[in-house]
Design a protein around this ligand. Structure first.
Ligand code: HEM
Ligand SMILES: [Cu+2]
Length: 638
């Protein structure tokens, strides 16, 4: 035991029995009932649940858009939807998947799980957390409403200039795309900062750097990638908005601007983006592999170092998206080499996971099945990626279905399969109930077969020359059979998602009760009830092992001395996690919601008039004053 107590007259956890402590802490940290309570909550679990739910909802919307595309492409010269709607739909699909699902889903899991896994009571900056969620939701809804009003973006998920510039894309479609970027980036950056501070300063005492769970490492590295890459795309989309709205000429060569600059800015974000989608998945996979192999990770240090080096390397590859723009020979060779280099740390990770399974006693429950599906699909996607890294091949298949096949193998293999595994794995913690194993197996096999049937044929149509982003093709091209197969596969994949959704809803109501630690896992989120109480832990764990629950089966050592009647956290040192301070954590507040509404008004307004930046800014400033208004309580003095 270690004692953090300093004050004298306050009620501390050392004074109370377990049951009484639990009841009092739940009151201190709880969320008020009713609609106002729900809207002003700062509980990372409630917000995290909303985040996860919303991101999966957008995955569904994006999936529906994909099904419409596949139905249109099922037969040659099909008349289901015309070219204009097709443009909007593939843009909405890509945009939704990358910005409204891919980035947020990783952060959503971090919001829920990181505080639990590091053994603290709430995320750092909890009000910012609430704000970031509302902003994300508003941005997503905005672009889908625009689409329903036939103003959906239609210039592709990366909206290249000059196609997206004022001359070639009149109307507001592209502006909605650019502003959706602003929304998601504001929220993405906010969450990244919260995660970094939580991991650096709020780890349970004793959780030294080499005892941090691999999932938490993944989310930490991901947060750093976000902090360094997102500003590039916000810059690009803001400059695009200005070209369109106030007549600047950043990207207009006729007036001294530069169209290629847009591509550089976009891909300086865009390549790290694929790792923003993939790195959290490596965290899910690591957690699942360790738990279901019943042993510590083989190669903890190489795994962490390879994640870090992927993080660094991901910033040195972006030009492989621009091989056909006419690069100097040396540049092309450099980016070919760096693109191939990143296969090394990824290979190390795969090797360590397989070695962990090899040497353990693997239990093939649904989460592990999805991980094995991930190995298979992701490695295939990596192989076609290595092929694309070579300039001559890329020049041939650029903008064909070969590329579409490649990136769905890495995105769905590298993110969606691990995600499904992660939901099966953590669902008992989130809800207190287990998901059905029988439906889980159906879910997996339908997804695995459907996925490969949908996307493998696209390699072939791509090599046969079928370009991406075409709404139809002639029967003489010889692509018809492969396209029909793809469509059937996409429908099977969709059915697997319906099974998944049904399993979640049915299990949340009637699934067998899970108990604290149904999988007999080792990390701290399993040390508390399922679902966890508002305070997360009654007493803060004291960590002396990487898998605390495996080392201390009977009773975890704890750190004591925190206040009971106000929200208090332990702040620890960055590398050794020595207890340093007791710090108060903010109370619930309605102001983050109001600030998010003001932000939404400002952002949506500035699609129509640049003046919205001025009056919208004042509105936001007003809500921030409310947010930070001192209330003469201890919290504000701290
Ligand atoms: C339900 C499963 C999915 C199906 C059937 C599907 C199908 C497609 C198809 C047919 C295209 C090409 C459209 C065209 O070029 O004409 C496409 C593009 C794309 N997909 Fe998917 N997809 C699925 C899931 C995903 C997921 C999970 C992600 C990302 C996490 C994703 C990201 C993208 C992106 C970024 C594009 C490029 C859009 C553009 O060209 O601007 N897709 N998808
Ligand atoms: Cu790339």
């Amino acid at each position: 035991m270690s004692d953090l107590a300093a004050g004298k007259d306050e009620l501390r956890d050392t004074d109370l029995s377990d049951a009484e402590l639990s009841a009092r802490l739940a009151k201190t940290w709880g969320t008020a009932r009713g609609i106002i309570g729900a809207l002003s909550t700062v509980d990372h679990k409630i917000i995290g649940r909303r985040y996860i739910f919303t991101a999966i909802f957008f995955l569904f919307l994006g999936g529906l858009a994909a099904i419409v595309m596949r139905l249109q492409l099922a037969r040659p010269e099909n008349q289901l939807i015309g070219p204009d709607l097709y443009n909007q739909i593939f843009t909405m699909h890509g945009t939704t998947m990358m910005f409204l699902f891919g980035v947020p889903i990783g952060e959503a899991f971090a919001v829920y799980l990181v505080p639990l896994m590091v053994g603290t009571r709430n995320i750092a900056f909890p009000r910012l957390n609430a704000y970031s969620y509302y902003v994300y939701l508003a941005g997503g809804l905005m672009v889908w409403f625009a689409f329903m009003l036939n103003t959906g973006p239609d210039a592709g998920w990366f909206s290249y200039v000059p196609l997206s510039g004022p001359e070639n894309a009149p109307g507001k479609r592209v502006d909605f795309w650019a502003q959706m970027i602003t929304f998601t980036e504001v929220s993405g950056l906010a969450v990244a900062v919260q995660v970094i501070v939580t991991v650096f300063k709020q780890r349970a005492p004793g959780m030294t750097l080499d005892r941090i769970p691999l999932f938490v490492w993944a989310e930490l590295i991901n947060a750093f990638i976000i902090v360094f890459s997102l500003p590039a795309v916000v810059t690009a989309s803001a400059m695009l908005m200005m070209d369109r709205l106030v007549g600047t000429h950043f990207f207009n060569p006729a007036e001294g601007g530069d169209a290629l600059l847009y591509q550089h800015l976009f891909w300086f974000f865009g390549h790290p983006e694929v790792y923003i989608i993939f790195i959290p998945a490596t965290g899910w996979v690591s957690a699942i592999v360790v738990t279901f192999s019943r042993r510590q990770a083989f190669g903890y240090l190489p795994l962490v170092l390879s994640m870090i080096s992927v993080g660094f390397l991901s910033f040195g590859l972006w030009v492989h998206h621009m091989f056909t723009t006419g690069l100097p020979q040396l540049g092309a060779s450099f980016f070919t080499a760096s693109s191939m280099l990143i296969a090394i740390p990824n290979g190390i990770q795969i090797f360590c996971w397989i070695a962990t399974l090899w040497d353990g006693r693997p239990v093939f429950r649904t989460p592990l099945l999805f991980v094995i599906g991930f190995f298979f699909i992701f490695v295939l996607g990596g192989l076609s990626g290595i092929m694309l890294a070579s300039v001559p091949l890329d020049t041939q298949v650029h903008d064909t279905y070969f590329v579409v096949a490649h990136f769905h193998y890495v995105l769905i293999g590298g993110n969606v399969f691990p995600l499904l595994g992660a939901v099966y794995y953590w669902f008992p913690k989130f809800t207190g109930r287990m998901m059905s194993e029988r439906l889980g197996k159906w879910n997996f096999w339908l997804a695995f077969v459907g996925f490969n049937l949908a996307f493998f044929p696209m390699h072939i149509t791509g090599l046969m020359g079928m370009p991406r982003r075409v709404y139809t093709y002639q029967p003489e091209m010889g692509w018809s059979t492969y396209n029909l197969l793809s469509t059937i596969g996409a429908l099977v994949l969709f059915v697997s998602f319906v099974v998944f959704l049904y399993n979640m809803i049915a299990s949340a109501r009637r699934g067998p009760l899970a108990g604290d630690n149904p999988w007999d896992a080792g990390t701290l989120e399993w040390a508390t009830a399922s679902p966890p109480p508002p305070q997360n832990f009654n007493r803060i764990p004291f960590v002396i092992n990487r898998e605390p629950l495996w080392a201390e089966r009977e009773k975890l050592p704890v750190a004591t001395g925190l206040a009971v009647e106000k929200r208090e956290l332990v702040v620890t040192t960055i590398s050794e996690a020595r207890a340093d301070l007791r710090e108060s954590s903010p109370e619930p507040s309605i102001w983050p919601l109001l600030a998010a509404i003001a932000t939404t008004i400002a952002f949506v307004g500035s699609i129509f008039t640049p003046w919205a930046v001025v009056w919208g800014g004042l509105l936001v400033a007003f809500t921030l004053v409310g947010w930070f208004w001192p209330k003469n309580n201890k919290e504000d003095e701290a």
